[in-house]
Write a protein that binds this ligand. Structure first.
Ligand code: GRF
Length: 201
């Protein structure tokens, strides 16, 4: 399975994929970023993965940008596109182009807290549980079929940063696992629009 990873920042999830994906099934062939200063680009370079920067500020519209992004990704002939902290909303055309082979990780127990500041919102709501979700990407922001979730307990003395840190640690386990399932051909979107593993209905 040839995989492209899209990032905007630190790339700790990218690092988890680099470290944990089995090389025989999964080839990380490209890392693309909309920000040239993303630390994740260095992680990719150190791992010998090709990198591309496409700066969104150089494009007139979101549609133009996403079209260029598709071309840059497809030049690598990938089977799967993995969003790992790619901080841009994607156009419907982009999402449709990669239907069924576009994954994202979101730091909440979806469908709770789509969008930004998930840890703050979970704390403000007084939730006792929080977590992260891997999902197929659909046209609705953070609304696609959920594949796998990790739960963490919210502790009495948590602040945003401590909670985020523990959630991120869980992300680093579940994202490589879900990507591996996909690479092994075990994961798809079924007729009901749900994520399904090993042909379950
Ligand atoms: C993570 O919190 C992920 O859930 C969200 O963006 C962040 C990426 O962190 N989508 P990193 O760049 O992988 O360290």
């Amino acid at each position: 399975c040839r995989i492209a990873v899209l990032i905007s920042g630190s790339g700790s999830n990218l690092q988890a994929l680099i470290d944990q994906l089995p090389g025989d099934h999964c080839q990380l062939v490209a890392v693309l970023s909309n920000r040239a200063e993303a630390l994740g680009l260095q992680r990719a370079a150190e791992a010998g993965i090709a990198t591309r920067v496409l700066d969104h500020r150089e494009f007139a519209s979101r549609e133009d940008y996403d079209q260029a992004l598709v071309a840059a990704i497809d030049a690598f002939q990938v089977d799967l596109v993995v969003l790992a902290g790619f901080m841009r909303i994607l156009t419907p055309a982009f999402v449709r182009h990669y239907h069924g082979r576009l994954l994202n990780i979101h730091p909440s127990l979806l469908p709770l807290y789509k969008g930004l500041h998930t840890h703050r919102r979970a704390l403000q709501a007084g939730d006792r549980e929080h977590g992260a979700s891997v999902h197929f990407v659909s046209e609705e922001l953070d609304g696609g079929p959920v594949i796998l979730q990790a739960r963490v307990a919210v502790l009495a003395d948590d602040d945003e940063q401590r909670l985020a840190q523990r959630v991120l640690q869980q992300e680093h386990s579940i994202y490589p696992l879900a990507v591996r399932w996909f690479a092994e051909g075990r994961l798809r979107i079924n007729n009901l629009g749900r994520a399904c593993l090993d042909g379950e209905p």
